[in-house]
Design a protein around this ligand. Structure first.
Ligand code: ADP
Ligand code: ADP
Length: 228
């Protein structure tokens, strides 16, 4: 579904953020990208949805070079959830979740009905939380809304960049469990960035272990844990 072919990215200041990434992610597979800060994980994600362009190589999404896909169209096919999800502060939780489908031309009523289903799926009762504003939610709840919103366009691919990184450990574990359950239902192709090896092992079907701009190991959690 997603294939990196000898992809490198050098920023204009000369930093070689990623160097010769060459790997693929199967449809419905959840791959965690793990490694210390500054090793190129976020850059890898940004190359997929064209927030950055590679300086060498190419990335194929379902066989199509992303460089040839219009960025707006591309981002309909790729959901993106970041550590501090930015919600529209003056829109309710339900409207935040329904925004993208409405923009895509779905009827408002249908979009809101789907948004309510998605909120339910991420563990937020729409009857309780749908009418709240983002500042009336906890951090963990805001992240859930971010996940629901990313799923609202029904993209085949999800990019998640430390989505549970800013919440406390207990909440984080709950979000991980819920996300695993959700993933069993929706079966998206997921790239999931974390600097926490436990999280990477827990969530990943496969793990890409990063070190300074390169993938040092790309294997199952068991194989990564068993490595010397
Ligand atoms: P990670 O997500 O693993 O923390 P990043 O992909 O954010 O790593 O960064 C990889 C490297 O690229 C780091 O050395 C970082 O300082 C550098 N970098 C990231 N973004 C930029 C940028 N816009 N311009 C220049 N260098 C950058
Ligand atoms: P979570 O475990 O989901 O992160 P918290 O433990 O942070 O939740 O919050 C506990 C409860 O307090 C939640 O039900 C949340 O709705 C409520 N809450 C947190 N912050 C606010 C706020 N600013 N306004 C109203 N309710 C809040």
């Amino acid at each position: 579904m997603l294939r990196f072919e000898h992809v490198s990215k050098r920023y204009p200041n000369g930093t070689m953020a990623v160097d010769d990434l060459d790997f693929e992610v199967a449809e419905g597979e959840l791959v965690t990208l793990v490694g210390p800060s500054g090793c190129g994980k976020t850059t890898t994600m940004k190359l997929v949805n064209r927030l950055e362009e590679p300086t060498a190589g190419r990335i194929l999404l379902a066989g199509e070079d992303v460089a040839e896909v219009d960025p707006v169209r591309l981002r309909r096919r790729i959901g993106y959830v970041i550590q501090q999800v930015g919600l529209f502060p003056h829109r309710t939780v339900l409207d935040n979740t329904a925004t993208v489908p409405v923009l895509l031309g779905r009827g408002r009523r249908a979009a809101r009905a789907r948004a309510a289903e998605l909120l339910e799926l991420v563990g937020l009762d729409p009857a309780v939380y749908g009418g709240r504003y983002p500042d009336q939610l906890s951090g963990g709840q805001r992240q859930r809304v971010g996940v629901a919103r990313a799923l609202a366009a029904d993209p085949p691919v999800l990019l998640m960049d430390e989505p549970f990184g800013a919440v406390d450990p207990v909440v984080r574990e709950r979000l991980q469990n819920e996300f695993l359950r959700l993933q069993q239902e929706v079966r998206k192709t997921v790239l999931f960035v974390t600097h926490d090896i436990e999280e990477a092992v827990r969530l990943g079907d496969r793990i890409a272990v990063f070190g300074q701009g390169r993938i040092e190991q790309y294997d199952s959690p068991a194989a990564v844990l068993g490595a010397p």
